[in-house]
Design a protein around this ligand. Structure first.
Ligand SMILES: C[S@@+](CC[C@H](N)C(=O)[O-])C[C@H]1O[C@@H](n2cnc3c(N)ncnc32)[C@H](O)[C@@H]1O
Length: 312
Protein backbone atom coordinates (compact mmCIF):
# COMPACT_ATOMS: atom_id res chain seq x y z
CA UNK A 1 0.00 0.00 0.00
CA UNK A 2 1.10 3.57 -0.68
CA UNK A 3 1.73 5.49 2.54
CA UNK A 4 0.34 9.02 2.78
CA UNK A 5 1.02 11.85 5.22
CA UNK A 6 -1.84 14.35 5.40
CA UNK A 7 -1.45 17.90 6.74
CA UNK A 8 -4.24 20.42 7.43
CA UNK A 9 -6.43 17.32 7.38
CA UNK A 10 -9.58 18.85 8.88
CA UNK A 11 -12.39 16.33 9.25
CA UNK A 12 -10.92 14.14 6.51
CA UNK A 13 -12.67 14.91 3.21
CA UNK A 14 -9.46 14.71 1.17
CA UNK A 15 -8.22 11.76 3.22
CA UNK A 16 -11.45 9.81 2.64
CA UNK A 17 -10.72 10.25 -1.09
CA UNK A 18 -7.16 8.88 -0.89
CA UNK A 19 -8.32 6.00 1.32
CA UNK A 20 -11.03 5.17 -1.24
CA UNK A 21 -8.30 5.18 -3.90
CA UNK A 22 -6.60 2.40 -1.90
CA UNK A 23 -3.89 4.44 -0.17
CA UNK A 24 -3.00 4.29 3.53
CA UNK A 25 -2.97 7.53 5.54
CA UNK A 26 -0.27 6.99 8.17
CA UNK A 27 -0.50 10.43 9.77
CA UNK A 28 -3.01 13.28 9.77
CA UNK A 29 -2.82 16.63 11.55
CA UNK A 30 -5.02 19.61 12.33
CA UNK A 31 -5.25 22.04 15.18
CA UNK A 32 -9.05 22.23 15.32
CA UNK A 33 -10.30 19.88 18.05
CA UNK A 34 -13.72 19.18 16.55
CA UNK A 35 -12.15 18.44 13.12
CA UNK A 36 -10.05 15.81 14.93
CA UNK A 37 -13.16 14.40 16.65
CA UNK A 38 -15.06 14.08 13.36
CA UNK A 39 -12.06 12.62 11.56
CA UNK A 40 -11.48 9.98 14.23
CA UNK A 41 -15.17 9.04 14.33
CA UNK A 42 -15.14 8.47 10.57
CA UNK A 43 -11.59 7.31 9.75
CA UNK A 44 -10.48 5.64 12.99
CA UNK A 45 -7.47 3.80 11.51
CA UNK A 46 -5.39 6.96 11.00
CA UNK A 47 -2.87 8.26 13.54
CA UNK A 48 -4.21 11.80 14.02
CA UNK A 49 -1.91 14.31 15.70
CA UNK A 50 -3.88 17.22 17.09
CA UNK A 51 -1.99 20.54 17.23
CA UNK A 52 -0.29 23.36 15.41
CA UNK A 53 1.75 22.11 12.44
CA UNK A 54 4.49 24.58 13.37
CA UNK A 55 5.20 22.45 16.47
CA UNK A 56 5.58 19.17 14.57
CA UNK A 57 9.13 18.26 13.65
CA UNK A 58 9.02 14.53 12.97
CA UNK A 59 7.04 12.90 10.19
CA UNK A 60 6.74 9.27 9.19
CA UNK A 61 8.06 8.32 5.78
CA UNK A 62 5.49 8.41 2.99
CA UNK A 63 5.28 8.22 -0.80
CA UNK A 64 2.56 10.85 -1.04
CA UNK A 65 2.13 14.08 0.93
CA UNK A 66 -1.22 15.86 0.81
CA UNK A 67 -2.34 19.10 2.40
CA UNK A 68 -4.96 21.76 2.02
CA UNK A 69 -3.53 24.69 3.88
CA UNK A 70 -6.09 27.28 4.89
CA UNK A 71 -7.48 29.71 2.48
CA UNK A 72 -9.15 32.56 4.37
CA UNK A 73 -6.69 34.94 2.76
CA UNK A 74 -8.03 34.27 -0.71
CA UNK A 75 -11.57 33.06 -0.24
CA UNK A 76 -14.76 34.94 -1.07
CA UNK A 77 -15.75 34.71 2.59
CA UNK A 78 -12.41 35.93 3.95
CA UNK A 79 -10.54 39.20 3.92
CA UNK A 80 -8.58 39.28 0.69
CA UNK A 81 -5.25 40.45 2.00
CA UNK A 82 -2.28 38.78 0.31
CA UNK A 83 0.05 39.57 3.22
CA UNK A 84 -1.89 37.80 5.97
CA UNK A 85 0.14 35.33 8.00
CA UNK A 86 -2.34 32.59 7.20
CA UNK A 87 -1.23 32.84 3.58
CA UNK A 88 2.25 31.73 4.61
CA UNK A 89 1.28 28.29 5.90
CA UNK A 90 2.43 26.79 2.60
CA UNK A 91 5.94 27.18 4.05
CA UNK A 92 4.98 24.56 6.67
CA UNK A 93 3.92 22.27 3.84
CA UNK A 94 7.26 22.96 2.07
CA UNK A 95 9.09 22.13 5.31
CA UNK A 96 7.32 18.76 5.52
CA UNK A 97 8.04 18.15 1.83
CA UNK A 98 11.74 18.71 2.41
CA UNK A 99 11.76 16.38 5.40
CA UNK A 100 9.64 13.54 3.98
CA UNK A 101 10.73 13.73 0.33
CA UNK A 102 7.68 11.85 -0.96
CA UNK A 103 7.44 10.72 -4.57
CA UNK A 104 4.51 13.07 -5.13
CA UNK A 105 2.32 15.64 -3.40
CA UNK A 106 -1.16 17.10 -3.85
CA UNK A 107 -2.32 20.47 -2.52
CA UNK A 108 -5.80 21.98 -2.64
CA UNK A 109 -6.75 25.61 -2.20
CA UNK A 110 -9.43 28.10 -3.19
CA UNK A 111 -9.44 29.26 -6.79
CA UNK A 112 -9.20 32.91 -5.67
CA UNK A 113 -5.48 32.30 -5.65
CA UNK A 114 -5.60 32.55 -9.46
CA UNK A 115 -6.68 36.22 -9.17
CA UNK A 116 -4.20 38.73 -10.48
CA UNK A 117 -3.33 40.24 -7.09
CA UNK A 118 -2.64 36.79 -5.57
CA UNK A 119 -0.76 35.27 -8.49
CA UNK A 120 2.57 36.15 -6.90
CA UNK A 121 1.62 34.02 -3.86
CA UNK A 122 0.76 31.13 -6.13
CA UNK A 123 4.10 31.59 -7.87
CA UNK A 124 5.90 31.64 -4.48
CA UNK A 125 4.31 28.28 -3.70
CA UNK A 126 5.12 26.69 -7.04
CA UNK A 127 8.69 28.02 -6.80
CA UNK A 128 9.13 26.68 -3.25
CA UNK A 129 7.93 23.21 -4.26
CA UNK A 130 9.98 23.24 -7.49
CA UNK A 131 13.09 24.08 -5.45
CA UNK A 132 12.46 20.88 -3.47
CA UNK A 133 12.81 18.91 -6.71
CA UNK A 134 9.21 18.57 -7.94
CA UNK A 135 7.66 19.08 -11.35
CA UNK A 136 4.55 21.06 -10.38
CA UNK A 137 1.27 21.31 -12.29
CA UNK A 138 -1.55 23.69 -11.35
CA UNK A 139 -5.19 23.21 -12.34
CA UNK A 140 -8.67 24.44 -11.41
CA UNK A 141 -11.32 21.74 -11.11
CA UNK A 142 -15.03 21.92 -10.35
CA UNK A 143 -16.39 19.28 -7.94
CA UNK A 144 -19.64 19.12 -9.93
CA UNK A 145 -17.66 17.60 -12.85
CA UNK A 146 -16.77 14.67 -10.58
CA UNK A 147 -20.12 13.50 -9.25
CA UNK A 148 -20.61 16.07 -6.47
CA UNK A 149 -23.91 18.04 -6.37
CA UNK A 150 -22.14 21.36 -5.92
CA UNK A 151 -20.37 24.01 -7.97
CA UNK A 152 -17.09 24.21 -6.15
CA UNK A 153 -14.06 25.37 -8.08
CA UNK A 154 -10.77 24.71 -6.40
CA UNK A 155 -7.17 25.02 -7.33
CA UNK A 156 -4.96 21.93 -7.14
CA UNK A 157 -1.21 21.64 -7.28
CA UNK A 158 0.26 18.27 -8.06
CA UNK A 159 4.00 17.76 -7.80
CA UNK A 160 5.90 14.69 -8.91
CA UNK A 161 9.55 14.16 -8.04
CA UNK A 162 11.58 15.36 -11.03
CA UNK A 163 13.53 12.09 -11.09
CA UNK A 164 10.53 10.24 -12.53
CA UNK A 165 10.35 12.46 -15.62
CA UNK A 166 6.59 11.90 -15.86
CA UNK A 167 4.02 14.38 -17.04
CA UNK A 168 0.97 14.77 -14.79
CA UNK A 169 -2.37 15.54 -16.46
CA UNK A 170 -5.42 16.55 -14.45
CA UNK A 171 -8.37 14.18 -14.87
CA UNK A 172 -11.15 14.91 -17.37
CA UNK A 173 -14.67 15.40 -15.97
CA UNK A 174 -16.50 12.16 -15.21
CA UNK A 175 -19.94 13.85 -15.01
CA UNK A 176 -21.74 16.39 -17.20
CA UNK A 177 -21.91 17.15 -20.93
CA UNK A 178 -20.14 14.66 -23.12
CA UNK A 179 -19.28 12.21 -20.33
CA UNK A 180 -22.33 9.95 -20.53
CA UNK A 181 -23.14 10.62 -16.85
CA UNK A 182 -25.39 13.48 -15.71
CA UNK A 183 -24.19 15.82 -12.99
CA UNK A 184 -25.52 15.00 -9.55
CA UNK A 185 -28.37 17.30 -8.46
CA UNK A 186 -29.35 18.76 -5.10
CA UNK A 187 -32.44 16.52 -5.23
CA UNK A 188 -30.35 13.36 -5.60
CA UNK A 189 -27.98 14.40 -2.83
CA UNK A 190 -30.43 15.62 -0.16
CA UNK A 191 -33.99 15.08 -1.44
CA UNK A 192 -34.49 12.22 1.04
CA UNK A 193 -33.56 14.26 4.13
CA UNK A 194 -36.09 15.87 6.53
CA UNK A 195 -37.57 19.14 5.31
CA UNK A 196 -37.08 21.11 8.53
CA UNK A 197 -34.21 19.61 10.56
CA UNK A 198 -34.68 22.02 13.48
CA UNK A 199 -31.47 22.63 15.42
CA UNK A 200 -29.27 21.57 12.50
CA UNK A 201 -29.43 24.76 10.46
CA UNK A 202 -28.31 28.33 11.15
CA UNK A 203 -31.59 30.12 11.73
CA UNK A 204 -30.67 33.78 12.07
CA UNK A 205 -31.91 36.52 9.77
CA UNK A 206 -30.67 37.34 6.31
CA UNK A 207 -28.36 40.31 6.47
CA UNK A 208 -28.16 42.83 3.57
CA UNK A 209 -24.84 41.29 2.57
CA UNK A 210 -26.45 37.87 2.32
CA UNK A 211 -29.14 39.38 0.11
CA UNK A 212 -26.66 41.20 -2.11
CA UNK A 213 -26.67 38.22 -4.51
CA UNK A 214 -28.70 35.18 -5.39
CA UNK A 215 -28.07 32.43 -2.83
CA UNK A 216 -30.55 29.86 -4.10
CA UNK A 217 -30.50 27.08 -6.68
CA UNK A 218 -33.35 24.77 -7.71
CA UNK A 219 -33.67 21.09 -6.79
CA UNK A 220 -32.47 19.92 -10.21
CA UNK A 221 -29.36 22.07 -10.26
CA UNK A 222 -26.05 21.86 -8.41
CA UNK A 223 -25.69 23.76 -5.17
CA UNK A 224 -23.75 26.98 -4.88
CA UNK A 225 -20.45 26.56 -3.05
CA UNK A 226 -20.73 25.21 0.48
CA UNK A 227 -18.69 27.52 2.73
CA UNK A 228 -17.41 27.19 6.30
CA UNK A 229 -19.21 30.25 7.70
CA UNK A 230 -22.89 29.35 8.32
CA UNK A 231 -24.02 32.94 7.76
CA UNK A 232 -23.05 32.59 4.11
CA UNK A 233 -24.49 29.10 3.61
CA UNK A 234 -26.65 28.88 0.44
CA UNK A 235 -30.44 28.57 0.68
CA UNK A 236 -32.31 25.29 0.73
CA UNK A 237 -34.37 24.98 -2.52
CA UNK A 238 -37.63 24.82 -0.54
CA UNK A 239 -37.01 28.47 0.35
CA UNK A 240 -38.80 31.12 -1.74
CA UNK A 241 -36.96 32.29 -4.84
CA UNK A 242 -34.75 35.35 -4.61
CA UNK A 243 -35.61 38.10 -7.09
CA UNK A 244 -33.25 40.88 -8.14
CA UNK A 245 -34.51 44.38 -7.26
CA UNK A 246 -31.36 46.35 -7.97
CA UNK A 247 -27.61 45.82 -8.06
CA UNK A 248 -26.65 44.04 -4.80
CA UNK A 249 -30.30 43.93 -3.71
CA UNK A 250 -32.19 40.61 -3.89
CA UNK A 251 -35.49 39.94 -2.13
CA UNK A 252 -37.58 36.88 -1.35
CA UNK A 253 -40.41 36.39 -3.86
CA UNK A 254 -42.94 35.54 -1.13
CA UNK A 255 -43.43 35.37 2.64
CA UNK A 256 -42.84 31.65 3.16
CA UNK A 257 -40.14 30.69 5.64
CA UNK A 258 -36.65 30.51 4.14
CA UNK A 259 -33.68 28.63 5.48
CA UNK A 260 -30.05 27.82 4.75
CA UNK A 261 -28.80 24.27 4.21
CA UNK A 262 -28.31 22.36 7.44
CA UNK A 263 -24.81 21.12 8.22
CA UNK A 264 -25.87 17.56 7.39
CA UNK A 265 -27.27 18.66 4.02
CA UNK A 266 -24.07 20.64 3.46
CA UNK A 267 -22.08 17.45 4.16
CA UNK A 268 -24.12 15.52 1.57
CA UNK A 269 -23.57 18.33 -0.94
CA UNK A 270 -19.84 17.93 -0.27
CA UNK A 271 -20.04 14.23 -1.10
CA UNK A 272 -19.86 13.34 2.60
CA UNK A 273 -23.37 12.00 3.02
CA UNK A 274 -22.49 9.41 5.64
CA UNK A 275 -20.39 11.66 7.82
CA UNK A 276 -20.81 11.03 11.56
CA UNK A 277 -20.77 14.09 13.83
CA UNK A 278 -19.72 12.75 17.25
CA UNK A 279 -21.22 14.23 20.43
CA UNK A 280 -18.04 15.59 22.01
CA UNK A 281 -17.48 18.68 24.14
CA UNK A 282 -16.16 20.51 21.05
CA UNK A 283 -19.37 20.09 19.07
CA UNK A 284 -21.45 23.16 18.22
CA UNK A 285 -23.57 24.19 15.24
CA UNK A 286 -20.84 26.52 13.98
CA UNK A 287 -18.14 23.87 14.31
CA UNK A 288 -20.22 21.34 12.37
CA UNK A 289 -20.64 23.83 9.54
CA UNK A 290 -16.97 24.77 9.72
CA UNK A 291 -15.53 21.28 9.38
CA UNK A 292 -17.97 20.47 6.56
CA UNK A 293 -17.39 23.71 4.63
CA UNK A 294 -13.61 23.29 4.87
CA UNK A 295 -13.63 19.78 3.45
CA UNK A 296 -12.50 18.67 0.03
CA UNK A 297 -15.11 16.45 -1.63
CA UNK A 298 -13.58 12.94 -1.48
CA UNK A 299 -14.67 12.06 -5.04
CA UNK A 300 -12.70 15.00 -6.43
CA UNK A 301 -9.57 14.26 -4.43
CA UNK A 302 -9.79 10.59 -5.36
CA UNK A 303 -9.99 11.44 -9.08
CA UNK A 304 -6.82 13.52 -8.76
CA UNK A 305 -4.69 11.01 -6.87
CA UNK A 306 -5.84 8.27 -9.24
CA UNK A 307 -4.54 10.38 -12.15
CA UNK A 308 -0.99 10.29 -10.82
CA UNK A 309 0.97 7.86 -13.02
CA UNK A 310 2.05 4.62 -11.31
CA UNK A 311 5.30 5.80 -9.74
CA UNK A 312 4.70 3.99 -6.48
C1 LIG B 1 -9.16 23.82 4.10
S1 LIG B 1 -9.13 23.06 5.66
C2 LIG B 1 -8.63 21.44 5.27
C3 LIG B 1 -9.75 20.48 4.97
C4 LIG B 1 -9.39 19.04 4.80
N1 LIG B 1 -8.43 18.82 3.77
C5 LIG B 1 -10.65 18.21 4.50
O1 LIG B 1 -10.80 17.75 3.38
O2 LIG B 1 -11.48 18.04 5.41
C6 LIG B 1 -7.71 23.76 6.41
C7 LIG B 1 -7.43 23.25 7.82
O3 LIG B 1 -6.17 23.76 8.28
C8 LIG B 1 -6.24 23.82 9.70
N2 LIG B 1 -5.14 24.66 10.19
C9 LIG B 1 -5.01 26.00 10.07
N3 LIG B 1 -3.86 26.42 10.61
C10 LIG B 1 -3.25 25.31 11.11
C11 LIG B 1 -2.04 25.10 11.80
N4 LIG B 1 -1.20 26.13 12.09
N5 LIG B 1 -1.72 23.85 12.18
C12 LIG B 1 -2.55 22.81 11.91
N6 LIG B 1 -3.73 22.96 11.25
C13 LIG B 1 -4.06 24.19 10.85
C14 LIG B 1 -7.64 24.36 9.96
O4 LIG B 1 -8.06 24.03 11.27
C15 LIG B 1 -8.46 23.65 8.86
O5 LIG B 1 -9.10 22.50 9.34
Amino acid sequence: MVDVVSLFSGSGGSDAGVIEAGFDVVMANDRLAYARDVYQANLPETNYIHGNIEKIHDFPSASLLIGCYPCQGFSQGGVRDPSRKINRLYLEFARALKKIQPKAFVVENVSGMMRKNFRHLLKDQVDAFTREGYEVRVGVLNASDFGVAQDRKRIFMVGISQGFGVDFRFPNPSHGDGTGQPKLTIRKAIGHLPEWPEGEFYDHGFHWYYLSRNRRRNWDEQSKTIVANPRHMPLHPNSPELVKHADDDWRFADERRARRFSYREAASLQGLGNLTFPETSHKSLNRCYEVVGNAVPPQLFKAIVESIPDIW
